[in-house]
Design a protein around this ligand. Structure first.
Ligand SMILES: Nc1ncnc2c1ncn2[C@@H]1O[C@H](COP(=O)(O)OP(=O)(O)OP(=O)(O)O)[C@@H](O)[C@H]1O
Length: 210
């Protein structure tokens, strides 16, 4: 798959939160998006996910224009800040419910994904009782469990303990080998250097290095 960002500008009020962005992303690569707090990294992810529409320019997913030819990229798995799940259900019940929508993920796959990240799928603990890191892991699992072609992860390493960081690194390498297109933000240089084939640096809504 191919994502092309062409002269994309997004203005909110008088501010350009993204300004004249250009980028090309292809399957089989991990892309890192870096920059200071408030520079526009999350906006960049929202842009390629079709969650914000341009003031000018466009995003093409395999030649289809987002917001015109298609509303959202097909085959998208996404983790945005603060994953939202139903508080009164367990983690497993939340994932089961989401899996029912597209009907592509088997229960066993959810169970093994939870095991991989050291979450007990049989636990009766409700989502509202989850710790920050447990919530993060559930969000990661939801983004990858449907085996989507494009995987967008906003700060996926946030709040993870050391062994889960290792697990996630291995998972992302495997997804790359399976020819997925992965885009992630991180404030951690080591994660970016170890994993990413290409880095986009954003400053004040502008791409300063690509
Ligand atoms: N709903 C909104 N309305 C107006 N401005 C917004 C809105 N959401 C974000 N912004 C602004 O857009 C800019 C980019 O925000 P963004 O969330 O993309 O930053 P970021 O690089 O992801 O930051 P961080 O590292 O803190 O997560 C910031 O100046 C922010 O204040």
């Amino acid at each position: 798959m191919k994502i092309e960002v062409i002269n994309f500008t997004k203005s909110i009020g008088k501010i350009n939160v993204l300004e004249n962005m250009n980028a090309l992303l292809k399957s089989g690569n991990i892309y890192g998006v870096v920059g200071k707090n408030g520079s526009g990294k999350t906006m960049f992810l929202r842009m390629i996910a079709g969650l914000i529409l341009p003031t000018a320019g466009e995003v093409r997913i395999d030649e289809k224009v987002l917001g015109k030819d298609i509303s959202f990229p097909n085959h998208l798995g996404i983790l945005l800040e603060k994953p939202s799940f139903l508080p009164h259900l367990t983690g497993y019940e939340n994932l089961l419910m989401l899996a029912k929508i597209r009907k592509v993920t088997r229960n066993e796959e959810i169970q093994s994904c939870m095991n991989l990240f050291d979450l007990d799928w049989k636990s009766q603990k409700k989502f509202k009782e989850y710790s920050l890191g447990m919530k993060q892991k559930l969000g990661i699992i939801q983004a990858i469990m449907e085996n989507q072609q494009i995987i967008i992860l906003d700060e996926p390493f946030n709040a993870l303990d050391e062994s889960s960081v290792e697990t996630l690194r291995r998972v992302l390498e495997k997804l790359k080998d399976e020819h997925k297109l992965i885009v992630m933000t991180s404030h951690n240089k080591e994660d970016i250097q170890l994993l990413c084939d290409h880095t986009f640096t954003i400053s004040d809504g502008k791409m300063i290095d690509s």
